[in-house]
Design a protein around this ligand. Structure first.
Ligand code: NAP
Length: 272
């Protein structure tokens, strides 16, 4: 790859972000499509400062990850309608100095579930952060029934209200036993590296009838998915969502619809 004074700079802002595979797949695509560009990861404490740097350097496009997807909205010049409805931004495009926010997580999250049917299913989402917002809006759009289970009740209730869903306290075993959950989706970081032994909910809450999805992709097989498989649940890991959301970002930045096989191959190479 050539790096010179014309190299375009792209970034991911998050904390933690060292686990992120986004640099691998975006740099592979820039190279494959002959773009003079580089994508770097920045672990930052303050998203306001991150966005200031984006304007000053300037950075042409950015991914936004945990925990900034909601807060970043306050520092942008424009937010696309879907991202406004969802209340979270995971992609920024720098259009000649104007920073525009988008959300590519929502359609990406539901794409592996759509073929299995979402309409009229009871879908329990663990977490109420930026990714949960995207997932919940996607499920609502497909006429699934949304149940938000979160640690912080105010945050959980707020999201449940936004998607006409119901809120349950994450730790409330009694209420959980009464729910007839068809699809359980973990959107919390519980189980992500380095805490790969952690579970977002006790195994006793799973039953073989459930589809269990974890949007974490480091590791690909989280403890939640391993336990779910052991008892016979159908499971979905975070890889497909990750690739779809990244492909949509790349298209927003470059106008190119990337070949998903290139992204997948870059991930496999990175794991070697
Ligand atoms: P976020 O905005 O910070 O939200 C995190 C949510 O998880 C919050 O609701 C938080 O609860 C809950 N949470 C955090 N630690 C917890 C704990 N120890 N116990 C119980 N709940 C806990 O983060 P995000 O941007 O939504 O990202 C969440 C995860 O999704 C990350 O692991 C990220 O890598 C993954 N992700 C994957 C993809 C993909 O493409 N596969 C895309 C996006 C995100 P409170 O409200 O109580 O604080």
């Amino acid at each position: 790859m050539r790096i010179d004074a014309d190299t375009g700079l792209y970034a991911v802002f998050g904390n933690p972000v060292r686990h992120s595979k986004s640099p691998l797949i975006h740099n592979a695509c820039f190279e494959h499509y002959g773009r003079n560009a580089v994508y770097l990861a920045f672990e930052i404490d303050d998203i306001c400062e991150g966005i200031k740097s984006m304007r000053e350097l300037p950075i042409k496009g950015a991914s936004i990850t945990i925990p900034f997807k909601s807060d970043v909205r306050a520092y942008l010049d424009e937010i696309d309608t879907d991202a406004q409805t969802i209340g979270a931004v995971n992609t920024i495009v720098n259009r000649a100095g104007k920073l525009v926010g988008y959300n590519t997580d929502s359609m990406a999250a539901i794409s592996p579930l759509k073929p299995l049917g979402i309409k009229d299913k009871n879908v329990c989402i663990l977490g109420a952060g930026g990714a949960a917002r995207a997932v919940a809006h996607g499920i609502q759009k497909e006429n699934g029934r949304v149940i938000i289970a979160n640690r912080n009740p105010a945050r959980g209730e707020h999201l449940a209200e936004d998607v006409n869903g119901i809120f349950v306290q994450l730790t409330d075993e009694t209420v959980f036993r009464q729910l007839d959950i068809d699809i359980l989706i973990n959107t919390t970081p519980v189980g992500m590296v380095p805490e790969t032994d952690s579970l977002p909910v006790p195994v006793a809450r799973l039953n073989p009838r459930m589809i269990v999805m974890d949007i974490i992709y480091t590791p690909l097989q989280t403890r939640l998915l391993k336990e779910a498989r052991k008892i016979g649940c159908r499971t979905i890991n975070g890889l497909m969502m990750f690739i779809y959301q990244a492909a949509a970002q790349f298209e927003l930045w470059t106008g190119i619809q990337p070949d998903l096989n290139i992204m997948n191959a870059a991930l496999q190479d990175g794991d070697r």
